[in-house]
Ligand binder design. Sequence first.
Ligand SMILES: [Zn+2]
Ligand SMILES: [Zn+2]
Length: 297
Amino acid sequence: MSYYNSSELLVPGSAGQLVLQPLWDRLKTWEALTGSPFFPVFFSIITYLGFCLPFVVLDVLCPWVPALRRYKIHPDFSPSALQLLPCLGQTLYQHVVFVFPATLLHWAQSPALLPAKAPELLQMLRHIVFCLLLFDTEFFVWHVLHHRVPWLYRTFHKVHHQNASSFALATQYMSVWELFSLGFFDMLNTRLLDCHPLTILIFHVVNIWLSVEDHSGYDFPWSTHRLVPFGWYGGVAHHDLHHSHFNCNYAPYFTHWDKLLGTLKRAPLPAWLSGCGGSPSDSGPLCSSHLSQEKHT
Ligand SMILES: [Zn+2]
Ligand SMILES: [Zn+2]
C-alpha cells in the first residue's frame, strides 16, 4: 500500500470520489491497524478462510442434502478431513513462515502512507478490471510454462494438482514458489497501474474470492462465469477441467488466452440445467453460457 502516488492528493474531488470518501475516511480511522506490518498477512488469511468457510460447510452438508449435490461439479465427491486439514495447515504454515517475513521486509522498506482522498469510483473499477486481466495473462504464461517443462511441473506445480477433484481449501495448496509467484503478479500489477490503497485492498478481496470460487467445486447459477457474458469468463467450470485434464484451460479466470492458443476446453452442462449431463466427462448439450462461448470461440 505504500507505493501510492501521493501527487493524486492534489486532484480535486469528483462525484466518483465522493461516493467512496465516507468508506475511505472510515478505513483511515483504523490506520493503526491497517498500517501495521501484521495487517497484510492477517487480512489475507482472514479473507481467504472467510471465503472458504461457506464452501466447507456446504461440503459437510452435501451428503445429507441432495439438492446441494445438483450444484456440485463432482456430485459424489466431498473432501474428507484428511484432505481438508493438510490444506489448512499448509496455508497457515506458509503464511506464517514465508509470507509474513516477506511482508515485514517490504513494510520496513516502505511503511504505508495513506492519502487523504478516496479513489474515483470509475477509476477504481477500471484499475480492478485491468489488474485482473494482467494477473490472468501473467498466470497463464507461468502456468503453461509449469506444465510444458517437466522439471518445473514436478518441482513446483505438481503439488497443486494433488487433488483432482477440487475444493475450496485446496485453492492455496501449492508450493511456496507458486504462492510467491502469484503474490508477486498480484502486487506487480497494482504497482504498475499506481493503484490507490483502497483499490489494492478491494482487488485483493476480488482476486482471493475468484481463486476460491475457481476451486470450490460448485457451479451455481450466480457463479461468476454465469454472470459475465459471451463466455469471456471460464471460472470454476473451466478450472475444474484443468484439474482433471491437465492440458487445457490454463488461464485462471478469462477464456481469451486459451481460445487464442487452442487450449480451451468447454465445460459440460451442469446437472441443474434441464436436459443436461452432470459429470465433467459427459458430452451433453451446452448451457446458454457455453453456447455463447461456443459462438465466440
Ligand atoms: Zn496446472
Ligand atoms: Zn487450481
